[in-house]
Design a protein around this ligand. Structure first.
Ligand code: GLY
Length: 363
């Protein structure tokens, strides 16, 4: 245990651990507090690095941050693999966005036309071109597009690797729940506690439930497809994330709820959509059903920067659907604030004081 660290990070998810790694590597004494490191949203997350396919209407500034972070991912993954001596499952085959019916395709097209107007790389593909790339796709798909720069990483490999890298750089992980900021004595306190940031620091972070399944290819081989697939299937949205291990992550619901119950109807809808898009998934083992809580904010963008009226406290939370992709940029920007005292212009749209008082509660 460090006597009085320069930096105390509350929350040992990917964001908290990456900030700890960056600060410790710059010579600061760092403690990371968490009762159960890596057991939050990242344990459920699929690990899509998808600034293009997840560029939604009305979220332009968030898209800019996602794009900036995704661009850092290849170097971040390589540096982390070196620092931790562990592979984090970073894969670069790209993402196929597909529509099952004519209506599904029309919905997908409207979004990718918007993404193209933003200058993001989306290439429309005919059904035959989709199936040339992924023969496992259902023959009746009406069409789709390739987002070649949308990649993936395995969050269940990422978090232990970040912890190892942070500890090798000198950070100390302290088990235990911090319930009051005043209980932590450090030069700077970073609130990276996901949904816990509401109770801990009064930040407008609300839980957004996501139910997710994990399938496994039979016979010990890899899945029969390599790209991440994001599908619109009879009005349901689903994503399929294949791993070298044979795992396929199927997600996810998005519900304004704070329980972590997995319900049969959600499993049914996710599986039906998954099998409609990739029929062979019906033969895979269903190995896990799980629900997690994304930390959503009033504008569903993260809260990054010094907390007004709280000297020495910095927020790095509220990453909602994007915690994994935003990990590198969040770590770099927050470490820049702490170590160099420099507020990167990228932080400006995500200031903690951007919300009105009416937005500061969610229930
Ligand atoms: N980024 C995917 C999800 O939150 O489900």
């Amino acid at each position: 245990m460090l006597s009085r660290p320069d930096v105390a990070v509350i929350g040992a998810g990917p964001v908290g651990l990456a900030i700890a790694w960056r600060c410790a590597a710059r010579g600061l004494r760092v403690a990371v507090h968490d009762p159960a490191p890596g057991s939050g949203a990242s344990h459920v997350a699929a690990g899509m690095l998808a600034p293009v396919a997840e560029a939604y209407f009305g979220e332009r500034e968030l898209t800019g941050l996602l794009t900036a972070s995704a661009a850092r991912w290849p170097a971040f993954a390589a540096e982390l693999t070196e620092a931790a001596g562990a592979d984090v499952g970073h894969r670069t085959e790209g993402t196929l966005v597909v529509g099952l019916t004519g209506d599904d395709l029309a919905e997908a097209r409207r979004l990718w036309a918007y993404q193209q107007r933003l200058g993001l790389p989306v290439t429309p593909l005919r059904p035959s071109q989709l199936r040339d790339r992924e023969p496992a796709l259902a023959p009746r798909l009406r069409g789709g597009a390739l987002a070649a720069t949308d990649h993936q990483v395995d969050p269940r490999r990422l978090v232990p690797a970040l912890r190892t890298a942070a500890e090798r750089a000198g950070a100390v992980v302290v088990p235990g729940l911090v319930t009051r900021l005043s209980d932590v004595d450090a030069g700077t306190v970073v609130v990276a506690a996901g949904c816990g940031a509401a109770a801990l620091a009064g930040l407008p972070v609300r839980p957004v439930k996501g139910q997710v399944l994990r399938l496994r290819a039979p016979g010990g081989g890899g899945p029969g497809f390599r790209h991440v697939i994001r599908g619109y299937a009879d009005g349901e949205r689903v994503y399929l994330v294949p791993r070298d291990s044979g795992e396929v992550v199927v997600g996810a619901t998005e519900e304004e709820r704070s329980d972590t119950t997995v319900v049969a109807g959600a499993v049914l809808r996710l599986l039906r959509a998954a099998v409609d898009l990739v029929p062979e998934l019906a033969e895979y083992d269903l190995v896990e059903t799980l629900a997690g809580l994304r930390p959503g904010t009033p504008d569903n963008a993260p809260i990054l920067g010094p907390l007004p009226g709280r000297p020495g406290v910095i927020a790095a939370t509220g990453h909602h659907r994007h915690g994994i992709v935003l990990t590198p940029v969040t770590a770099d920007l927050v470490a820049g604030l702490i170590v160099d005292g420099v507020a990167d212009p990228l932080l400006a749209p995500f200031r903690p004081d951007r919300f009105g008082t009416e937005e500061n509660t969610w229930n």
